[in-house]
Design a protein around this ligand. Structure first.
Ligand code: FMN
Length: 175
């Protein structure tokens, strides 16, 4: 069971990336969670270049093809998803690697409860791309900074349980 984890944040000390690392620790040992680290190497999306041989793009497409499911954890930027993440997704609309692929979606924010525009948008985008997104495989995390320690480890037991439930549910969906 291979799961490709994609963080929507390029920050070195990103809380969204930290959440993905935490899920890697919490997931059953039968699953392999690989963090994709090439989001910022992809060129700007240009439909004229979709069939060009671009190594960073070929790597991205191959990594999606090889995995059984994708887990995205992303911040919200100005009530939308980060441009780097949308850029990456645009590159696989036409080539179709995400069609029928089960996807887990997590959004982590240091803010308090409120409308989660980025998650709503990400669900809409991925469903439009014919990926499989179920409500039980989505999670919105508020006040994330209080739930992680200085090493990025999850210290909130409720959050640890929610992350475990999400990854088990995603694995069940694949099976
Ligand atoms: C340009 C920018 C826009 C932001 N807009 C929002 C927003 O609309 N909603 C929100 O909850 N947080 C917003 N934030 C705060 C991010 O949620 C916060 O910086 C978060 O820690 C980023 O995730 P990361 O730690 O994984 O990098 C914004 C941050 C930046 C840098």
């Amino acid at each position: 069971m291979k799961i490709l984890a994609i963080s929507g944040s390029l920050r070195a000390s990103s809380s969204n990336t930290a959440i993905l690392m935490a899920v890697r620790e919490l997931a059953p040992s039968s699953s392999e969670i690989k963090l994709f680290d090439g989001l910022d190497l992809l060129p700007h999306f240009n439909p004229d270049r979709e069939t060009e041989s671009i190594p960073s793009l070929e790597y991205f497409r191959e990594e999606i093809k090889k995995c059984d499911a994708v887990l995205i954890c992303s911040p919200e930027y100005a009530h939308g998803i980060p441009g780097t993440l949308k850029n990456a997704l645009d590159w696989v609309v036409g080539s179709g690697e995400l069609i029928g692929k089960p996807i887990g979606i997590i959004n982590a924010t240091p803010m308090y409860e409120g409308r989660n525009f980025a998650q709503e948008s990400l669900v809409e985008i991925l469903q439009t791309m014919s990926a499989v997104v179920l409500p039980e495989n989505t999670l919105a995390i508020t006040k994330v900074k209080s739930k992680l320690d200085s090493d990025g480890k999850v210290i909130d037991l409720k959050l640890a349980q929610e992350l475990t439930n999400l990854i088990i549910s995603l694995i069940k969906l694949v099976k």
